[in-house]
Design a protein around this ligand. Sequence first.
Ligand code: USQ
Length: 394
Amino acid sequence: MRVLITGVDGYLGWSLSIYLAKHGHQVAGIDNYSRRKWVGEMGCQSAIPIARMDERLITYRQSLGQNLRFFKGDLTDYNFVLNAFKAFRPEAVVYLGEMPSAPYSMIDVHHAVWTQTNNVMGTLVALYVIKETAPDCHLVKLGTMGEYGTPNVDIPEGFFEIDYRGRKDRMMFPRKAGSWYHQSKVHDTHNVEMACRMWGMRSTDIMQGVVYGTRIDEMDDNPSLATRFDFDQCFGTAINRFCAQAVIGLPLTPYGSGKQKRGFLPLRDSMQCLRLAVENPPTAGEYRVFNQFEEVYTVDELADRVAKVGSKFDLDVAVRPMENPRFEEEEHHYNPDHQHLLDLGYQPTHDMETELESVFRDLTRHRGRIESRKEAVFPDIRWDGSRRQSEYLS
Ligand code: USQ
């Protein structure tokens, strides 16, 4: 299948391009290197060194035996996106090209406006371009479990059924996001669902949990095929940040009570699930939702697991809870359904410890790169708009 990945230079995008090529798909990618710039703006760098795109493309051809067709440009630029679609004629688009960080979107008004403009407008452009050039193309759109928030009720996969006076209908399950970033995904969800209803498009909206891990087997230990690994306060996610903190002897930072629950999945499972979505498209006009995560943990449980695995690497890992910089429920009900991918054959890894060992092996090799940016680890971006320093590094 011809699959176009937007955001192909990112953590998930680069991994997916390799994974799909290894599974026989023809892949093209779009990117404008924003992720590299945002992480630089946070005073940080990927813990694992990543190759420049020109080197990535050469290695890709040599290792995977096909050209990754690459289009450099901005996803909110209609003419650029139109030309890329006309040139590649995708049968599926995996839309990953968005600004993915909640804290980054909460820095100030400029970052909030930019996040929503980039994310919502980019998706809107893609919807129009698919309608105009490839109406049968399947849009696999990356949303987030954070769209639902933590309501005091079980979370279904996207919809709930109603039956009013004998007439059945399906309504979008209410969204209750907790950052301008998560809210941008809610807006996308509503736009994509309407496009399917209105124009007969087909789409899978992926409500993904927090992804962790450094690699997938398909990277074959080739450094030029490695994907990025972020640990700064914005682009590092909870487990990945905890591992990086542990490797350089900084305490792990569960926020608040540490009882907040999220769904998590390793990078390799994220790849497996996205492939299942691509290879099993919905029918024309169908908008479907996959809640994509493996297991639910509290932040405290994660810190304990990371500390336990760290001890196998002779690391003395401390856990130091800190005042929560976010507005979020810390003790709450959390029971999201996630049956759709299992029905399609998703086989969860179910072994966080082995996965974390592989992360520690990779990160200890690059300890110096993390150490050199340790100021970027401490979270000083707060949801009330203030920024405060702490004693964390002392
Ligand atoms: N947290 C800590 N300590 C830290 C970092 C995070 O306790 O040092 C807590 C947060 O307060 C939150 C939870 O861990 O309760 C998850 O935070 P996160 O930074 O790992 O994840 P989040 O901001 O929710 O965003 C990440 C990705 C985003 C994706 C989302 C999936 O950056 O792109 O959409 O995970 S989900 O969380 O399911 O919405």
